[in-house]
Design a protein around this ligand. Structure first.
Ligand code: ADP
Ligand code: ZN
Ligand code: MG
Length: 483
């Protein structure tokens, strides 16, 4: 019998805000442990939470970007559990009245992570709700250390419908979601910093069966690759178990990146009962349609719209547009270069090849680029104006990348101006012709390769600075004249 998997994801992303969810402590990553804490996020008795308006606004933005229904009233609830990463012994979350319901994320036709083709599909969202992050535990040899800097950071939980069917689809969904969140400026989704984390729910069923199988949850996956690998492993494990006549137990499993296997963490018998109840210290929130409309009006351009606009407005290829809009940072960078120079297509080329190559080689991200967009625009302008040949421009670029100097400064310093004065090039053409009478005879005999040799001589005489097209023209003129 043929089996298929059913997958639903629960994704957590930290929101970009200045302060934490319910107190005034800074929402920053890292730093000396337990320095961004206060009585509220440390859960001292008697303190009162206050709702961070910007976090609610970012939640509404996320909901709008994914086509969710964003209507009130909403409220916060206490999710009760006892664990050292949670000093209050409850987490403020949302139970039955989340800010956003429904919506979906489109998967585009593409090659999946494993190389197999993906068909375009829309993955439904169940809900998005706002909660607070917990502290971070580090397990040492004989004890565990806890850092509360992360406790209380606004955390958006996005729950999908059980719409995904393969590890590739889960990977593509996460990529699309991350892109949407980054473009909207809702979250940086930096998984290395734990700003995006994912729990995976997966079951299997005979293909064609409508009812779902018993699901297993894999917790705390911290890379898209880990999501993909753990799903491939778990689907195979479940299918093998079902084929062997075993029933799948509803349980929580962990993922071991080293062994590449999932392992049992918690079975249904000892599942949590969180005893949710409404937070008595916070009023329910009414999200007004007027506020939602105002937020909708200020939403940044979505990735797909931007990609299409790049093709239309700047004439870049579909492929380049996909590459350039993969991340908002690269789209912003390209657009700044394109606006600052007369040849956007050439700008796209430089961003996707020369700059991308140099960054990769130096192990830098675009945000760390020593060549800012304005500087690259200047270089592209110099090429467009024929001040620099493509070859010279590469030299200048390498120097820009190394020294962070401007293209114009390097050109002046090194006397790198391309020679476009036809009088000067004509003089060099005469010299080249005089020096090689044999070759001239061959050119006259119809050997076009021989003309290339003369062009090379002119370039040599100009020390690489002559404009090659003008050199060809000058040679043809001179040779014609001597006839
Ligand atoms: P729970 O009550 O165990 O938290 P939910 O119904 O809230 O389960 O669903 C949690 C996640 O699991 C959602 O992303 C949902 O799409 C997914 N899910 C639910 N049932 C299944 C199933 N049988 N197989 C795979 N995923 C499932
Ligand atoms: Zn605090
Ligand atoms: Mg649930």
């Amino acid at each position: 019998m043929d089996y298929e998997a059913v997958i639903g994801l629960e994704v957590h992303t930290q929101l970009i805000t200045r302060s934490k969810m319910f107190c005034g402590c800074a929402n920053d990553f890292g730093g000396e442990p337990n320095t961004r804490v206060c009585p509220v996020c440390l859960g001292y008795p008697g303190v009162l939470p206050t709702i961070n308006r910007e976090a609610v606004r970012k939640t509404v933005m996320a909901g709008l970007v994914c086509g969710c229904e964003v209507t009130g009233p909403s409220k916060f609830d206490r999710k009760n559990y006892f664990y050292p990463d949670m000093p209050k012994n409850y987490q403020l979350s949302q139970y039955d009245q989340p800010f956003c319901r429904g919506g979906g994320v489109a998967l585009e036709a593409s090659a999946g992570f494993s190389g197999a083709p993906l068909s375009p599909r829309r993955i439904g969202l169940t809900r998005m709700h706002l909660e607070e992050d917990t502290g971070k535990l580090t397990h040492l040899e004989r004890c565990s250390a806890v850092d509360f800097n992360r406790a209380g950071v606004p955390l958006l939980e996005i729950v999908t419908d059980p719409d995904l069917r393969t590890a590739d689809e889960a990977y593509a969904f996460l990529s699309a979601l991350k892109q949407a969140m980054q473009y909207a400026g809702v979250s940086t989704c930096d998984m290395e910093k734990g700003q995006m984390r994912c729990d995976v729910n997966v079951s299997v069923r005979p293909r064609g069966q409508a009812a779902f199988g018993e699901k297993v949850e894999i917790k705390n996956l911290n890379s898209f690759r880990a999501v993909h690998r753990s799903l491939e492993y778990e689907i195979e494990r479940q299918v093998a178990a079902v084929r062997a006549g075993q029933a799948i137990q509803q349980e929580t499993r962990g993922w071991d990146d080293g062994t590449g296997a999932t392992f049992v963490q918690r079975t249904k018998e000892n599942a949590h009962d969180y005893r949710y109840f409404p937070e008595p210290d916070l009023m329910p929130l009414e999200i007004t349609p007027a506020w939602v409309a105002e937020i909708a009006a200020g939403l940044p351009e979505a990735p797909v719209a931007r990609r299409q606009r790049f093709v239309q407005q700047y004439g870049v290829s579909e492929y380049d547009a996909v590459v350039l809009t993969a991340e908002r940072g690269s789209a912003d960078y390209f657009e700044a270069v394109a606006r600052g120079c007369p040849n956007p297509k050439l700008a796209a080329n430089w961003v996707t090849t020369e700059l991308a190559g140099a960054l990769a080689q130096a192990g830098l991200t675009l945000a760390q680029s020593p060549v800012p967009a304005a500087a690259l625009a200047e270089l592209v302008s110099l090429i467009s104006a024929a001040t620099l040949s493509g070859k010279m421009a590469k030299e200048v670029f390498a120097e820009m990348f190394r020294t962070a100097k401007s293209a114009q400064a390097i050109v002046s310093e090194k006397g790198l101006q391309q020679v476009t004065d036809s009088g000067a090039i004509g003089e060099l053409a005469r010299q080249a012709i005089q020096a090689s009478p044999g070759v001239v005879a061959e050119v006259r005999g119809g050997n076009t390769k021989a003309l290339q040799f003369l062009v090379g001589q002119v370039m040599k005489l100009s020390r690489g600075k002559a404009n090659p097209q003008l050199a060809v023209q000058a040679l043809k003129d001179e040779l014609g004249r001597g006839r």
